[in-house]
Write a protein that binds this ligand. Sequence first.
Ligand code: EPU
Length: 357
Amino acid sequence: MLVENNVPLQQYNTFGIVAKAQMLVRAQSVQDVRDLISSPELAGQPVFVLGGGSNIVITGDVKPVVLKMEIKGLRLVEETDKAWIIEAGAGEVWHDAVAWSIEHGFPGLENLALIPGTVGAAPVQNIGAYGIELQDRFDSLDAVDLATGQSFSLDAAQCAFGYRDSVFKHAPQSPEASGALPRGMGLAGRAVITHVRFRLSKQWKPELGYADLERKRIETGVSEPTARQIFNWVCEIRRAKLPDPAVIGNAGSFFKNPTVTEYQCADIIAREPKIVHYPMADGSIKLAAGWLIDSCGWKGKSIGKAGVYEKQALVLVNRGSGEDSVTGGEVMTLARAIQTSVYERFGIRLEPEPVVV
Ligand code: EPU
């Protein structure tokens, strides 16, 4: 276990916000996590788990102990008649894990290519793109209970996945609760994910329902694409409309796409006939937050050094650089101004996607 003090976090968050961790611990193994929990100096202190830093807004120096997950490893752990089960260490870069699975002939994760962040962060917000969510390919995960140091595994039901949501985003009902962790219990700040396993069916079928992929299929004339082909298409689509965090700091989509009832939607359509909306299986309607923000005229606008990306209004970006980077406060001020104008025009409350630290 390596413990460092006053560690600059700018290179560890994709927004590029300048901040420091008072104390940062790198975990390269499950044992490192246990050592942190049992260390006389650090035991019992609040812990903030940092993966790729691609879904956080840091609003000041971070006081909890920052646990930087660096557990590596990619392997096939099981093969059945029906599926391959692959396992990745929480510290692997998500895109590298997807590329590895495609290269080794285990298709199924291709639609999730190029999503920033680490493997360990992926289940926390049930990452999703181009018609697939992590939960569709998930088998199970291993985690360590930060209160007791015990390892435990969770299946999909126990992770309580929802749209950009899981048990890891919710506060524990009782901070003192220990022992076996029941289904649905909040695990935010209470557990750290160490390994994630994916069940990839041998009955692979391309998932091309999303309009951008359908367009690629038509443009290229490839009617039956391979997983590698779809992987390449997804990379091209994302590069064309989402900013590369290595060039322009950002945290991906800043707001969740809101859902409304059919009745609410009919009311909005009557006023805004062009609104982009998708009917969901449960009868609710999902609205495109990017369209709502765009319609309020925010695309390309800035408050201080926090900006709205020119090509995708759902993405907030860092218009500064180096020491003169955007602050978390500026990002949140811009976010609140956007929320207010969307609420005033459409009566819809947008909910931020990233975790505010
Ligand atoms: N739109 C606009 N103006 C904009 C942005 C979008 O009119 O400035 C319209 C688009 O024309 C389109 C609709 O809104 O009709 C939806 O836009 P897009 O297809 O770009 O997808 P999204 O709903 O904005 C979601 C995810 C992305 C994911 C894409 C592709 C959320 C919050 N975001 O974006 O995820 O990559 O679908 O599946 O669900 C992320 O979570 O960080 C992320 C990038």
